[in-house]
Design a binder for this molecule. Structure first.
Ligand code: ADP
Length: 491
């Protein structure tokens, strides 16, 4: 266990003894440094690196498919694929070739690593993990050596632990498996990828240890076609951002060990967190617990969870405060967004906040009853109206606009493009590549101008209400959707 320490101690003791005896140690020191350098470079060259292989009794074996919220489709597809590994005898009888690779494809934080770990548990396999970037080296041949080492390590670990299966998880496979022959590809990269292909082709169901490669990527388009060829990663499982039901399940999983107050409705939180990944939701529950701790509360309340949503989206509150004038402008701007949001989609404002955080000076968070994947032209125009309302409100109340709206404009122009490319503009159905840029620009401007004048007329009629809300918001810094709605004339 302490062999390294004992060896170093012994060498130091010997050197001291020889020095005391009056023997000149300088030549020996040079020799030792020389040998050390050779060993070091050799280990670099041969990929002297071990891959993370969590031990038998660690967390890996504890991740089950049931511990992963949402992702029902991905879990079913994965389970189906893994049956091939669990039921080897039947598979052999039917002459089916073994499954060698599964590619998990989806944005970060959606549970791909968890799925790979759960797959290892489901098939009673040892689990090894590596990232694509660990194979990228300057020296030709090192990456390929590392691939060989990874496969050998998986097999020997399985033997050691008396298991018949091994799962190797390679995260960010696009780094190692990018297309060959392109500008950024070079000989070392090609050798590494070739080695992976060779190793995968060499896997057979007759071996003592069957190895399954699970790879994760967010960019399947970047992968070399050879990797996706049948017999390699021929199963692709899509791991998408969770929908509302999925988010609720993930929230339930991550609040299992946390005391929640009676006022907490996780379903509402799931509704308010469209676009959140599993990792965001985990961080949200954790932040909420930290907020409860800071306030010395024993239970996590609904307010804690809502503040945590804001924190996860917008970052920590800033100490640097904007001037009073700036704060007033921020508030006017946000009230503009909130008014249009409420007018176009009643009940849609979740919070208005003007306490500056690291990612935004102020913001309006909208809630959504159901996840929406398709939008009509009216819905898109309503979204454009909400985006433009901040700048228009500044103009009406303060007489001019500011740079604070540049993000809003980007969002508005993107939405206008969606209208055009969706064939819903005056241009009719168009091909994305062939719309002349001037025509695109003029059509986009027409859509934006049209919505802008609607927003202007609407906000003028709400001007007195906006002034009242402004006073309250500046005082309280944050308003919940319900508080905001109570101040509107229609309620
Ligand atoms: P990925 O590999 O897709 O980037 P991970 O699997 O590493 O994401 O997820 C990171 C963390 O996010 C997990 O440790 C877990 O706490 C949480 N998480 C992500 N997706 C889920 C999910 N579907 N169910 C439960 N927790 C999740």
């Amino acid at each position: 266990m302490y062999t390294k320490e004992i060896a170093v101690g012994a060498v130091i003791a010997l050197a001291t003894f020889l020095f005391w005896k009056g023997i000149d140690l300088l030549p020996f020191l040079f020799l030792a440094a020389f040998v050390g350098a050779i060993l070091y470079f050799n280990s670099m060259r041969t990929g002297g690196k071990s891959f993370t292989a969590p031990s038998k009794d660690n967390k890996v074996s504890l991740v089950r498919l049931d511990d992963i919220g949402g992702q029902d489709m991905a879990k079913n597809e994965l389970r189906e694929a893994l049956e091939f590994i669990r039921d080897v005898e039947t598979i052999k009888k039917l002459g089916i070739r073994p499954l060698k690779g599964i590619l998990l494809n989806g944005p970060p934080g959606t549970g791909k690593t968890l799925l790979a770990k759960a797959a290892a548990h489901y098939t009673d396999s040892v689990f090894l993990t590596a990232s694509g970037s660990e194979f990228v080296e300057m020296y030709v041949g090192v990456g390929a050596q590392r691939i060989r080492k990874l496969f050998n390590q998986a097999k020997s670990l399985a033997k050691q632990q008396g298991k018949q299966n091994a799962v190797i998880f390679i995260d960010e496979i696009e780094v190692l498996g990018g297309k060959r022959g392109e500008a950024n590809s070079h000989i070392e990269h090609e050798q590494t990828l070739n080695e992976l292909l060779v190793q995968m082709d060499g896997l057979s169901s007759d071996e003592m240890v069957r190895v399954l490669i699970i790879a994760a990527t967010n960019r399947p388009d970047m992968l070399d076609a050879a990797l996706l060829r049948p017999g390699r990663f021929d199963r692709q499982v899509k791991v998408d951002l969770p929908d509302k039901k999925g988010r609720l399940q993930i929230l339930l999983l991550h609040t299992k060990n946390k005391p929640l107050a009676e006022d907490v409705c996780l379903e509402d939180i799931a509704g308010d967190t469209m676009g959140f990944s599993g990792a965001h939701l985990e961080s949200l529950t954790n932040e909420a617990a930290i907020l409860a701790l800071r306030e010395s509360k024993e239970k996590i309340s609904s307010d804690h969870l809502r503040s945590a949503i804001d924190k996860v989206i917008m970052g920590e509150k800033l100490d640097r405060l904007p001037s009073l004038q700036e704060k007033q402008r921020i508030a006017v701007h946000e009230i503009g967004h909130a008014l249009l949001s409420e007018i176009t989609t009643p009940g849609s404002v979740a919070t208005i906040n003007v306490a500056s955080r690291s990612n935004a000076l102020g913001y309006v968070r909208q809630t959504q009853e159901n996840d929406t994947y398709l939008y009509t032209i009216d819905q898109l125009k309503a979204k454009i109206a909400v985006a433009l309302a901040g700048a228009v409100a500044e103009e009406i109340t303060l007489g001019n606009r500011s740079t604070g709206a540049s993000n809003d404009f980007k969002q508005a122009t993107d939405l206008a493009k969606q209208i055009i490319y969706g064939g819903m503009s005056t241009l009719g159905i168009v091909s994305v590549e062939n719309v002349p840029s001037e025509l695109l620009h003029s059509t986009m401007s027409a859509i934006l101008k049209d919505v802008e004048s609607y927003v202007h007329n609407t906000l003028i009629t709400y001007h007195p209400t906006a002034a009242q809300i402004l006073a309250v918001l500046l005082n309280k810094e944050s308003l919940t959707g319900d508080e905001f709605r109570k101040m509107l004339p229609m309620n």
